[in-house]
Ligand binder design. Structure first.
Ligand code: C5P
Length: 236
């Protein structure tokens, strides 16, 4: 039997860089909150078996939302993103098979297109390791030292921005995250844990509009991208 696709959404961050009292995943965006747009992409998708969202224990914003769906489960969040992902994976193990696929997607990325999601599933479903959505870098990139002096210009033709979803097998990803934590590494994405474990995740080209809401101006950008996306998807 073919492997199922599950989704883990880490949503236990405080969003300090956003400078808002409310964590960024709960900010209003085109009539809903950021996290509702993100979760709706997955819970309504016929190829997704279920979704686990990692929430800070006692998070009042999540409780107020009252977001419910038969495909949705919750797990406790952790100190770092990678801890939240691990806790959600442990929860998922109660219902998923160890070689099922898991797509980890940031709650703060509400502008994922249906096309990109389907493309990722199709590109990676027979891949031995898995991979992630990203987009090639268009700017020239500089490396600096601690004094902000430029010390190098890497070849940009081989550089990508790494997005989510990042898609790996349940047990392989769990092992990689546990090993990274044991080695004292705080990985900022799931592919990094897989790389540390010696794997080579595949980069799948997606839209540059799949932004992570991080700085205040990002919300206005997300509003525009989401309107455009909803128009396109309704026109299909
Ligand atoms: O902080 P950053 O933007 O990298 O967070 C990416 C995602 O990870 C966000 O959706 C955030 O809510 C989540 N996160 C988490 N647990 C943490 C920190 C971040 O679930 N401890």
């Amino acid at each position: 039997m073919s492997q199922k696709f599950w989704v883990v959404v880490p949503a236990a961050g405080s969003g300090r860089r956003m400078g808002s009292d409310i964590p960024k995943q709960y900010l209003p965006l085109n009539g809903r909150t950021v996290i509702e747009w993100t979760l709706s992409r997955f819970v309504e998708h016929p190829r997704i078996a279920g979704v686990v969202v990692a929430i800070t224990d006692g998070d009042p914003y999540w409780q107020d939302l009252g977001f419910k769906h038969p495909a949705l489960m919750t797990a406790s969040g952790g100190v770092e993103r990678c801890d939240s992902v691990l806790k959600a994976l442990q929860q998922l193990k109660q219902v998923a098979a160890i070689d099922d696929w898991v797509l980890v997607h940031d709650a703060a990325r509400p502008c994922l297109s249906r096309d990109d999601l389907d493309h990722l599933l199709d590109e990676l479903k027979d891949h031995p390791v898995g991979g992630l959505l990203g987009t090639p870098i268009s700017d020239t990139v500089k490396q600096t030292n601690a004094s902000s002096e430029v010390i190098g210009t890497p070849d940009r033709s081989q550089l990508w921005r790494a997005f989510t979803p990042q898609m790996f097998h349940l047990q392989m990803l769990t092992d990689a995250l546990v090993d990274a934590a044991r080695a004292g590494k705080v990985v900022t994405d799931d592919a990094s844990a897989m790389e540390l474990a010696g794997f080579r995740p595949k980069m799948v080209k997606g839209r540059a509009t799949n932004i992570k809401i991080t700085q205040p101006g990002d919300l206005q950008l997300a509003e525009l991208y989401l309107k455009q996306l909803n128009r396109e998807e309704q026109a299909k």
